[in-house]
Design a protein around this ligand. Structure first.
Ligand SMILES: Cc1ncc(COP(=O)(O)O)c(C=O)c1O
Length: 368
């Protein structure tokens, strides 16, 4: 554990930020966690408020009502689905169920892939995407990883780069699972922010790939990271093995109810997708034109940025933190440098405030 803001390895740690910057957690504008600032949908909050009394009952350990609604929504059989306490639990269950000896990751990526693998006794083997190609690995590198590892975690869109794999690449990886027997844990947690999400998902092809586990999250789009809800989609035999490792009642009743409401919020999700596409480009353009800092072309609701030579990301984080703005220092991500940081796309007003503060910090730095 480090002493910095990311002492638990993640963004969104408002308790630590509040401690370090001497402000109440709710006063911070949080660009460090990639949560939809338009959410949660109002109907979700209303449902949760009226459902509070249900906490006197145990949640359904079979998650039946939510699973049935999800099955209808995704057009799959219910036995292909396993809800989890966030996508993070789904990842843990994949490892617990299959007990891989070697887990492959593609750096830079979400830190939990390697952390969970190590926690549960697997050796982590890594390949690195190259900066010139937006941190996307070569397909030959990926293929070698499939040959070597028993299980591979790949995010699309990937965190923290926002990079999305092309449909052919995603399908190629799925095909390699049949060739090598390696399990692909395909993390589509941020895919619902992508306008043509169906085109970039493995979902429609999953029948052909019994060694692929698709993982999705509801915490980002619907702004419920504190409530926790995600799910896995996989062959029923795989789902059964994962379910056998799941702690009974790990998904609480309010989360299951929230899930049902979220499934009906197609309009909210569609509006968010449209809005994010516009706002992300605006923020990217501002950083490029006003600051001339490098920003990668992310496809999700966050952007990876590089600060200039005289301003390490950790210093920038401190300076912004004192102004009540939280960003994600990405220097801990293997494959990135001490100048990389990540920002979530937030409301126009908040984005404007971030850009103004960045410009002010850059001006002072230039003058030094
Ligand atoms: C790529 C990726 N997948 C999954 C998760 C975890 O999602 P959840 O909140 O559903 O556990 C995160 C959280 O930041 C993430 O960045």
């Amino acid at each position: 554990m480090t002493s910095g803001i990311e002492r638990y390895g993640h963004g969104g740690d408002l308790v630590t930020a509040a401690e370090l910057f001497g402000r109440a957690p709710q006063e911070m504008v949080d660009f460090s966690a990639n949560i939809n600032p338009l959410g949660p949908p109002p109907r979700l909050l209303e449902t949760l408020q009226t459902a509070l009394t249900e906490i006197v009952h145990y949640p359904d350990p079979g998650h039946r009502v939510f699973r049935k609604s999800l099955a209808e929504k995704l057009n799959v059989e219910a036995d292909w689905l396993l809800p989890g306490n966030g996508a993070a639990e789904c990842m843990a269950l994949a490892i617990l169920a299959l007990q891989p000896k070697k887990v492959g990751v593609v750096y830079p990526c979400f830190s939990e892939y390697a952390k969970l693998a190590s926690q549960f006794g697997a050796k982590v083997i890594a390949i690195y995407g190259k900066e010139e190609s937006g941190y996307q690995p070569e397909m030959e590198q990926l293929h070698r990883l499939f040959v070597e590892a028993d299980m591979i975690f790949v995010g699309s869109p990937n965190n923290p780069t926002g990079m999305l794999y092309e449909r052919e690449q995603w399908l190629q990886m799925a095909a390699w699972t049949n060739e090598t027997g390696t399990v692909l844990v395909a993390d589509e947690a941020f895919l619902d922010f992508v306008p043509e999400e169906k085109q970039f998902s493995l979902l429609a092809e999953l029948q052909r790939f019994p060694q692929v586990i698709l993982i999705r999250s509801l915490t980002k789009m619907f702004a419920i990271p504190g409530l926790r809800l995600g799910y896995s989609i996989a062959h029923p035999a795989m789902v059964e093995r994962m379910k056998n490792k799941q702690v009974t009642w790990s998904v609480n009743q309010l989360a299951l109810l929230a899930g049902e409401v979220c499934l009906q919020e197609a309009e909210f999700a569609g509006n968010t997708r449209q809005w994010i596409a516009v706002e992300r480009v605006w923020l990217q353009d501002q950083i490029r034109s006003k600051l001339e800092w490098q920003v990668w072309d992310g496809e999700a609701n966050f952007l990876l940025v590089r600060s200039p030579a005289n301003l390490p990301a950790v210093e920038l984080q401190q300076l912004l933190g004192k102004k009540g703005i939280l960003i994600r220092d990405c220097s801990q991500y293997p494959g990135l440098t001490e100048h990389h940081f990540r920002i979530a796309v937030r409301t126009r007003e908040q984005n404007q405030r971030l850009v103004a503060e960045l410009c002010e910090i850059a001006r002072v730095k230039r003058a030094l």
